[in-house]
Design a protein around this ligand. Structure first.
Ligand code: SAH
Length: 393
């Protein structure tokens, strides 16, 4: 077994059970791509078993902090069983579920979503890539499902020096699927859609939005960065009369329209705009348009804390415009899915936006990702999605 020795003082984060070892923390040692290594402190004491990734800044990701743990097929079977057992206990109002959420489930780099009868997996790191066969076998055996589609095409693969890899690893057939989320039905193409096909992390926030639209009696709704219109369907379910979905992806908008129909809503209540959100908000402001509710769910402007400053300006800008476009008493449901922006910083950014807009409001709910995207105590990076539901004064 190969050993990786850390520089003096660099053992602390592992002792706090944080699973990453950065390149700069390593004094000596190396291994092949994805190989299991024993990580030790400068004094030789055991810290953890991990997967070595020679090209990544995150050089080792820890599998286990237990010296007696063997990293073998049975280990992956146990981790998968624990993740599935947690999902079985969580309140999940859908047959679209995140089954494995990387580090939070003790499997760094592995994402597995279930959409009805199909599993979709992303092998994001050298470690899970090396154990792919065993992981796939355990997933199929434990879920009892026969179809697993690989979507290892995220940019993180590049950082690990791994090529893209997509396609069926088990089963075959249509990649177009439909799930039931809360009271509505949604479709996705797991081969073509963003991420593994859909944004399961916003499931409960879409329900909250439907409830809020109904509770506050919102008639006109602007859904910005709508993707396939999940929040738009929610708005219609909440009784909105006019919903506009704005996104820069034409296929996503076509699906948003299809979702309106699939859920039995009158097509005349929904409109799509294939456009840049920032430009659209400015145009609406010029035209003097006003809305009862606005959703802002942009892509990750700050992948890491290093991008936080530029991202903060981008978040502030759309939130300022959003607040100005709301009627008094209107609702802003605003999100950031950037790991590099803390909930505290996000609140400050929105506060700055309100100040610039000359608008105040009451934060009536603070929300995060659905519980099948768990945040664990030892891995604060896992807290990425945060949202504020604001009632404009
Ligand atoms: N709210 C969605 C998920 C949004 S993901 C849901 O509930 O499913 C972010 C979306 O923003 C993507 O669909 C992407 O196509 C879109 N997007 C990214 N940059 C954009 C821009 N500048 N203007 C409009 N849409 C943009």
């Amino acid at each position: 077994m190969k050993s990786i020795t850390l520089r003096a003082g660099k053992e602390r984060s592992l002792q706090r059970r944080h699973p990453w070892v950065f390149e700069g923390s390593i004094a000596k040692g190396g291994a092949d791509t994805g190989e299991t290594v024993r990580v030790v402190a400068a004094d030789g004491s055991f810290l953890g078993w991990g997967a070595f990734s020679p090209k990544s800044q995150i050089r080792v990701r820890i599998w286990s902090f237990d010296e007696g743990q063997r990293i073998d097929a049975a280990f992956f079977g146990q981790r998968i069983a624990a993740a599935l057992a947690l999902r079985a206990r969580l309140p999940i109002a859908s047959d679209g579920v995140r089954l494995i959420h990387g580090e939070a489930d003790g499997l760094p780099g592995l994402i597995v979503d279930r959409y009805a009868d199909t599993l979709v997996a992303q092998f994001g790191t050298a470690g899970v890539e090396r154990w792919k066969k065993d992981i796939v076998a355990a997933l199929l055996a434990q879920t009892g499902l026969a179809r697993l589609y690989e979507r290892s095409d995220a940019s993180v693969r590049g950082l690990e020096g791994l090529p893209e890899s997509t396609g069926w690893l088990a089963g075959s057939g249509a990649t177009e699927l439909t799930i039931r989320e809360h009271a509505w039905r949604l479709s996705m193409d797991v081969a073509e859609g963003h991420k593994t096909g859909y944004y399961l992390d916003q499931r409960d926030n879409r329900k909250r939005f439907a409830d809020a639209v109904r509770h506050y009696g919102c008639r006109t709704v602007l859904n910005c960065f709508s993707y396939t219109g999940g929040f738009s369907v929610a708005a219609l379910a909440g009784g909105a009369e006019e919903v506009i979905s704005v996104d820069s992806s034409a296929p996503a908008l076509a699906r948003a329209d299809a979702h309106v129909q699939l859920n039995g809503f009158d097509a005349s209540r929904h409109r799509t705009l294939d456009a840049d959100v920032n430009a659209t908000l400015r145009q609406f402001l010029k035209e003097g348009r006003q809305f009862d509710a606005i959703v802002l769910d942009p892509p990750k402007f700050a992948p890491t804390a290093a991008h936080a400053e530029r991202a903060a300006r981008a978040y502030k800008d759309i939130n300022r415009l959003g607040l100005m476009l709301l009627k008094p008493g209107g609702l802003l449901f605003t999100f950031s899915c950037s790991g590099g922006i803390s909930p505290d910083l996000f609140h400050k950014i929105v506060a700055g936006a309100g100040l610039d807009a000359g608008v105040d409001g009451a934060i009536v709910e603070r929300v995060g990702a659905t519980p099948d995207h768990p945040q664990t105590i030892c891995f604060p990076e896992g807290e990425y999605l945060k949202g504020l539901l604001i009632v404009k004064s």
